[in-house]
Structure formats: C-alpha cells, structure tokens
Design a protein around this ligand. Structure first.
Ligand SMILES: Nc1nc2c(c(=O)[nH]1)N[C@H]1C(S)=C(S)[C@@H](COP(=O)(O)O)O[C@H]1N2
Ligand SMILES: [Mo]
Length: 207
C-alpha cells in the first residue's frame, strides 16, 4: 500500500508500518468524514480549558496560552472509524499524553483507566491507561499542518491512533484518571470498552 513519507522527527504510529494498513471490515476513504453525536459545541480557543483530574499527583487546568507553551510532537498515523471508514496518512500535531501526565505531577499507581470529556454536553469516552499513554497518543491542535477545524474537534481533540476513532474525543475538556473502568457515551450505548480495530472490538463485551 502506498505510504506518504512522514517528515523526519515525527513519531511513526506502529500500525502505519503494517503491510496491510486497513483493518478487517474497513474501507479506505480519501476525504475526511465528520462524525459526532450532537454536533460542535460553542468552544473557542479563548474560552477553552483542559482539566486533568482524578488519580494524578497534581490535578491541573490549562488555558489555551498555557497549553500552547507545552512542548509539541508530531505523529503520523491512521484513523479507523467503527462505521467502517479508514483514513490513512494523517499528520497530527499537539502535546503527547505522556507529557501532559508529567505536567500533572505523574499518574498515581492506582490509575488504570481514563475517561475523556468533550465540551459537547455529557459526551465521554473511556479507554485503558496504557492505550492513553501510548507513544503515539496526543492531545492535538493541528492536522496535516492546519489548525483543527471545529467540525473535527478544534481547538483541541484527543487522538488515540491504536483504537477506533470514537476514542479520539473531539472538543476535549477533561481527562480523568480512574482506578476502574467506566463506560463513556458510546460504550454505554453498546460500543466496546477497549475498541481495537485489528480484532474488531466494535461492540460491547457484555458489561
Ligand atoms: N466530543 C466528541 N468526540 C467524538 C465524538 C463525539 O460525538 N463527541 N464522536 C467520535 C466518533 S464516533 C468518531 S468516528 C470520531 C470522528 O472524528 P471526525 O469527525 O474528526 O472524523 O470522533 C469521535 N470523537
Ligand atoms: Mo465513530
């Protein structure tokens, strides 16, 4: 399969190195569909805040200026929506989730899961801590060199390349570190607690 050559210094998401980059049951899309439950909330860079809460040593909030002062990474990865489209060759830019956790004083040992909150009233998604802390996971402000549009979750969204795209919370408002798993919006409505596209973890595992 054709691969764009990502620029030097970029973190390469391991799934982009597979010989076949399209997971089972998925089809390639060239355009980038917009998908969300409630449509974009009214959040602009000026009033955006990100709260890191729960099982971290120093819960912390960032405003837009503080967030943009953090060191940045670029990640080259693929994006797989459970509605069966896959968009390859994305260059995301933002702050690594690992670095954000350091800024919150580090994750407490009891933390095992994460709940990500969107600004779109009540929307959440849950994921395992190790997936959240993967090297290619980031809190993202730019896609392919352009600021994220509001439709795609701007000013700031989560990007978790190794899981289905619903785990990549748009309009990110908060990140909560938790001891136990807790179903988010789609997970309460039948989607999988983990969401690995390569093993087709589309629908719930019964809890
Ligand atoms: N806050 C929030 N984040 C969200 C959603 C949502 O409804 N609200 N939808 C998810 C779903 S189902 C998908 S497939 C991706 C789609 O991202 P895109 O619209 O940028 O393609 O965002 C995810 N993140
Ligand atoms: Mo989705």
């Amino acid at each position: 399969m054709e691969t764009k050559n990502p620029p030097a210094g970029v973190i390469i998401s391991p799934d982009t190195l597979r010989e076949n980059r399209i997971p089972p049951g998925q089809s390639l899309t060239v355009k980038w569909p917009v998908l969300d439950a409630f449509g974009p909330p009214r959040v602009t860079a000026a009033d955006w805040r990100l709260s890191i809460l729960g099982l971290v040593n120093n819960p912390v909030d960032f405003d837009w200026e503080q967030f943009n002062a953090l060191p940045r990474v670029q990640v080259f990865s693929d994006f797989h929506c459970v509605t069966r489209w896959s968009k390859l060759d994305n260059l995301w830019e933002g702050v690594s989730t690992r670095h954000l956790m350091e800024r919150a004083g580090g994750v407490k040992p009891e933390a095992k899961f994460v709940l990500a909150y969107g600004y779109d009233g009540g929307w959440t998604t849950n994921l395992p801590l190790d997936e959240f802390l993967a090297e290619d996971a980031l809190v993202c402000t730019h896609h392919n060199g352009e600021p994220l549009s509001i439709e795609h979750g701007g000013p700031v969204r989560l990007v978790i390349p190794r899981l289905y795209a619903w785990k990549s919370a748009k309009w990110l408002a908060g990140i909560e570190l938790m001891p136990d798993d807790k179903a988010g919006f789609w997970e309460r409505n039948g989607y999988h607690m983990n969401g690995d596209p390569w093993t087709e973890e589309r629908f719930g595992s019964g809890w």
